[in-house]
Design a protein around this ligand. Structure first.
Ligand code: SAH
Length: 396
């Protein structure tokens, strides 16, 4: 097996079992391995540290498969890791009312670069690294063997991060039947149509499952403003739980069309929903000028922080929408504010929300911290895996 030797003192993060080797840590290579090829990583004294997948084009030059020199990376390795990931879900989601869940959460399940989501009897995969891409046939065969009642496996590797790995965009059927354009899933008594072929990520924001339930628990009788609504995940959960009215806002008319279909699918009265195609920033300003007010406001924007250089600009964006939302809440109302930017820490997010309340002249308390659902676990040695954070704040 080919190997990579690190510069002096650059083996520490691997010793701490963090699964990445950055290009700057490399002293030299034996040879030029192929993209995704399995290599050994050694420290500057030649001591074995880890075995992982080489990615020649990425700044993250190696993603570790194993920290145990006895483990061989072959189809059997993927069988074991996938089986572990599936058992974890069976355990943590035992009794959960859902047929849509994340089966594999990449690095945190010891399978860097691999996302596997299940929607009803369909599985949707993303191969986001050279290593996971190279093992695609073995991974697909294992999934087909390990998952009962599977109708088909579909690929959604049509994401920008593939470019950083030097991989082309890829989407399509991998195994079994081709899924329909919309797969119907069930979650906590709600039904949702999911566009697994064209939707965001693999089609649905599975990471928000527990937070949809939490919103639902507060929703009875409420007038809710659902900003960045996508296909109406929070809206349907709230309406089903007895919300009086929901205003969905999204810049995409296409996603709101699916949100509307999801309201009908759950036999909820259409008069209880308004769908507004608009930029959230401008709409919140307009509502403020009009003196509108709500009992609950959900702010679930896309990732504003794409790189460290974005942090300042993104922070201003988060603060702006949170300030406007605070201004639009009735006394006693609640703000459900999220950030899925991994590069924004919890402390900074809380500070931004606090500054926003201050600027809005509202007194508020934190009722709860929210995070990603249990099927999106974070390996302790991979804190980057905790990306989703949310605050529930109640205003006086
Ligand atoms: N809350 C959703 C997920 C939100 S994803 C759920 O739980 O399912 C982010 C959404 O914000 C996308 O649907 C995108 O179309 C929308 N969006 C992005 N920028 C926007 C903007 N400036 N104004 C309104 N919508 C925006």
């Amino acid at each position: 097996m080919r190997s990579m030797i690190l510069k002096p003192k650059r083996g520490k993060s691997l010793q701490n079992r963090h699964p990445w080797v950055f290009s700057g840590a490399i002293a030299r290579m034996d040879d030029a391995p192929e993209p995704g090829e399995t290599i050994d990583v050694l420290d500057s004294d030649g001591r074995w540290l880890a075995r992982g997948a080489f990615s020649p084009q990425s700044q993250i030059r190696v993603r570790v498969w194993s920290f145990d020199p006895a483990i061989i990376i072959d189809a059997g390795f993927f069988h074991t890791r996938l089986n572990q990931a599936l058992s974890l879900r069976r355990e943590v989601l035992a009794g959960a009312d859902t047929d849509a869940l994340r089966l594999v959460n990449a690095e945190s399940d010891g399978l860097p670069g691999l996302i596997v989501d299940r929607y009803e009897n369909w599985v949707v995969c993303q191969f986001l690294s050279a290593g996971s891409d190279r093992w695609k046939p073995a991974i697909v065969a294992c999934l087909a063997e390990l998952i009962p009642d599977l109708a088909g496996i579909y690929e959604r590797s049509d994401v920008d991060v593939r470019k950083k790995e030097g991989l082309p965009m890829a989407a399509g059927r991998l195994w079994g039947q081709e899924p329909p354009d919309q797969v119907e899933i069930r979650e906590n008594g709600c039904l949702y149509r999911v566009n697994v072929k064209k939707g965001h990520k693999t089609g649905f924001y599975l990471d928000q499952r527990d937070n949809r339930a939490c919103v639902a628990a507060y929703a009875r009788g409420a007038a809710m403003l659902n900003c960045f609504a996508y296909t109406g995940g929070f809206a349907v959960a709230a309406l089903k739980a007895g919300a009086a009215h929901v205003t969905n806002v999204d810049s995409s008319a296409a996603v709101l069309k699916l949100a509307r279909a999801n309201v009908a699918l759950n036999r909820l009265e259409e008069t209880r929903v308004d769908d507004i195609t608009a930029d959230v920033f401008s709409l919140l300003r307009r509502y403020r000028a009009e003196g509108r007010a709500f009992d609950m406001i959900v702010l679930d924007p896309p990732k504003f922080v794409k790189s460290k250089g974005d942090l300042m600009r993104a922070s201003r964006g988060y603060k702006e929408i949170n300030r406007l939302a605070f201004e639009l809440l009735h006394p006693g109302g609640t703000l459900w504010t999220f950030s899925c930017s991994g590069l924004m820490g919890r402390d900074l997010f809380q500070k931004i929300v606090a500054d926003a309340a201050l600027d809005a002249g509202r007194q508020a308390v934190i009722l709860r911290w929210l995070s990603q659902a249990l099927d999106h676990p974070t390996a302790l040695n991979f804190p980057e895996g905790s990306y989703l954070k949310g605050l529930v704040c109640r205003v006086d």
